[in-house]
Design a protein around this ligand. Structure first.
Ligand code: SF4
Ligand code: SF4
Length: 188
């Protein structure tokens, strides 16, 4: 049976009308920022105070895109007569984001909580060399890392919090001025 003249046009118009009334799914980026999940893997931040230069992250990175340089420093003994200790001092920490595949292994394996995901993703460059972020830039990303989710009110207190509170209480007690001595008999 030959098609009815104009039926194709009618079908096309029906599709247009149907889609016009639906909610659009097109993102108008960069005019409108996308709504990202809070734990989005955008870029990696380094909290270098926590880094002990243990090299675990660099060793476990499947892409070998973490570069760390350090040197050893001798620390005087903590008590008189004790032994000198040596510690690693960080000289360079860089991540090449042109190689990184955002697997998150470095963040997972860091035993000292020195690496964090930030949801920032707008760091495209026209020169690929600029995608190697050195420690200062990695540190800047730290300030874009969202706070950890609130603890469940019914959960047991984490042992780190309990230990920190105990240490703070001990320090506060040590800084308290000594109580004035009670007056002895005969004193006016
Ligand atoms: S996210 Fe994965 S690929 Fe990227 S630096 Fe970390 S371990 Fe390497
Ligand atoms: S695993 Fe953590 S502490 Fe060890 S070198 Fe990497 S960032 Fe530093």
């Amino acid at each position: 049976m030959p098609p009815i003249p104009g039926s194709g046009l009618a079908k096309g118009l029906a599709v247009t009308l149907r889609t016009m009334t639906r909610k659009t799914v097109t993102e108008q980026y960069p005019d409108a920022q996308p709504e990202l999940p809070p734990r989005t893997r955008g870029v990696i931040g380094l909290f270098e105070e926590n880094c002990t230069v243990c090299m675990l992250c660099a060793r476990e990175c499947p892409d070998w895109c973490i570069y760390i340089d350090s040197h050893k420093e001798t620390v005087p003994p903590a008590v008189e007569g004790g032994r000198e200790r040596s510690r690693n001092v960080l000289d360079r920490f860089a991540i090449d984001f042109s190689l990184c595949m955002y697997c998150g292994i470095c963040i997972e394996v860091c035993p000292f909580d020195a690496l964090f995901w930030s949801p920032e993703f707008e760091y495209a460059e026209t020169d690929i060399h600029e995608l190697t972020h050195e420690r200062d830039k990695l540190r800047e990303w730290m300030w874009t890392v969202p706070s950890p989710p609130a603890l469940d009110p019914a959960a047991e207190e984490p042992k780190e919090l309990a230990a920190a509170r105990k240490a703070a209480d001990k320090l506060a007690a040590a800084q308290q001025p000594p109580a004035p001595a009670a007056p002895t008999e005969g004193e006016s």
